[in-house]
Design a protein around this ligand. Structure first.
Ligand code: HEC
Length: 179
């Protein structure tokens, strides 16, 4: 494993050169590096000082429910283009990098409406997921997971352990997914 990692980074790094150049980030609101520290907990979901969803990981590596749920949702839908654990592929940018500076509202806007680079010969299309319940019902979860990844607070792969699913998450899921 130790031996494989640098090689994987070199391969990914090469694939990203063209993608990074082709990305149009001009439309995004630049935001300063933000603190992901959880200052508030509401029904098992954590929030930072700005009221944006964030993760909570204890010293033993146990993650909050939403981080775990986001890991599963991300790797079910977004991974095909953004690579396992969000680290990017030739089809989509490295989100562990994007999320370092992206606001929660920009994240939501892009996932709901999609994004298309029209400035280069290479066409990169981020599909709109606004009518996909498997994404929309778990938008906080996916954001929280990617935020933890972008901060380097958790590594690749499945978290070793996680908090129980909060009753609020069960209720939200039932009402959002519908009958
Ligand atoms: C079919 C491939 C594909 C899938 C599936 C996909 N994306 Fe994307 N995504 C892209 C591409 C390509 C871009 C870059 C678009 C651009 O720069 O114009 C992108 C860009 C983004 C960005 C903006 C990154 C930045 O730095 O500007 C976010 C955030 C994002 N995707 C999140 C997601 C999430 C969350 C999912 C799963 C729900 C997802 N994507 C699924 C292809 C995909």
């Amino acid at each position: 494993m130790r031996m494989l990692l640098p090689l994987a980074l070199i391969i990914c790094g090469a694939a990203h050169v063209s993608i990074a150049a082709a990305q149009d980030t001009a439309a995004l609101t630049p935001s300063p590096p933000k603190s992901s520290a959880a200052v508030k907990e509401e029904n098992g979901e954590y929030f930072d000082a700005n009221g944006e969803p964030t993760y909570k990981i204890d010293p033993k590596g146990m993650v909050d429910w939403y981080t775990f749920s986001g890991f599963r949702r991300f790797n079910g839908t977004c991974e095909v283009c953004h690579g396992p654990d969000g680290s990017g592929s030739s089809f989509g940018p490295d989100l562990t990098d994007s999320l370092k500076s992206m606001s929660y509202s920009d994240f939501q806007r892009i996932v709901v409406n999609g994004k298309q680079d029209v400035n280069t010969a290479q066409t990169l299309v981020m599909p709109a997921f606004g009518d996909n319940k498997n994404v929309m019902c778990y938008l906080d979860d996916i954001y929280i997971y990617l935020r933890a990844r972008a901060d380097g607070a958790m590594g690749r792969g499945r978290p070793a352990s996680h908090q129980d699913k909060p009753a609020a998450a069960i209720a939200n899921e039932n009402s959002c997914m519908g009958p």
